[in-house]
Design a binder for this molecule. Structure first.
Ligand code: HEC
Ligand code: HEC
Length: 171
């Protein structure tokens, strides 16, 4: 981010925060961070091949589509027994970007066209707009692998925390 832009964002967020404080607190929609969510099955079954992606990163229709096609999941077979699949699908839907009330999820949701059902967070317009200054070669570093490996740069990504203080790009 350009220095002057960073400054502008800082000033804007400070004034937004003071306006909120003055108005007596944070309205639901102003919650910046995604809430910490947990489901034991999700944690075991969806973290074997990659990091755990917070449900608030995609809308319900995306999770539904993904959970309906686990046998062909990005070139892998990630099939589950019906009971586990249904439990995880319910958990993802309940906590999805369009069921959440925090600024991050709302923005992601708004960046997806009504008729679109993306399966990759890393291909949403929200994601590309936030990472347009990162070179493709950076994402390909051995220590990172791909844009989908959020946790390589966002230490607290699995908790749904993408705040700037938690970012460190590995060499
Ligand atoms: C057998 C391995 C495997 C399992 C198990 C698995 N995945 Fe994946 N998943 C992959 C691969 C491979 C990719 C593509 C990764 C890449 O491009 O870097 C992927 C990508 C994704 C992405 C897209 C990331 C992005 O934004 O580009 C999401 C979301 C995802 N998986 C969710 C899940 C969920 C939810 C579960 C549990 C139901 C799950 N995965 C279980 C292998 C797996
Ligand atoms: C190569 C490291 C890297 C990877 C991998 C990465 N990010 Fe980022 N991300 C960054 C950097 C650096 C910024 C800050 C950009 C800026 O402020 O100009 C950022 C910004 C963000 C922001 C905005 C933070 C804010 O408060 O403005 C979000 C949300 C985010 N990333 C989510 C993700 C998600 C989700 C993934 C995985 C699908 C991901 N990132 C993968 C480096 C990365």
């Amino acid at each position: 981010m350009k220095k002057w832009l960073q400054f502008l964002v800082l000033i804007t967020s400070i004034s937004a925060t003071s306006a909120l404080l003055a108005s007596g607190g944070f309205s639901d929609n102003s919650k910046q961070a995604m809430p910490v969510v947990a489901n034991a099955k999700w944690k075991t079954e969806c973290s074997g091949c990659h990091m755990l992606y917070h449900p608030g990163l995609l809308p319900e229709r995306s999770w539904n589509k993904m959970m309906a096609g686990l046998d062909k999941h990005f070139g892998e077979n990630a099939s589950l027994d019906d009971a586990s699949r249904d439990e995880i699908a319910r958990f993802l839907a309940l906590n999805s970007a369009d069921k959440q009330d925090n600024r991050r999820s709302n923005r992601i949701n708004q960046s997806i066209a009504a008729g679109a059902t993306p399966l990759r967070i890393s291909q949403t317009r929200y994601f590309t707009s936030k990472h347009d200054e990162i070179a493709a070669s950076t994402f390909k570093r051995k220590s990172i692998g791909s844009a989908a490996n959020c946790v390589a740069c966002h230490q607290a990504a699995e908790k749904g925390d993408f705040s700037e203080s938690q970012i460190r790009i590995p060499r």
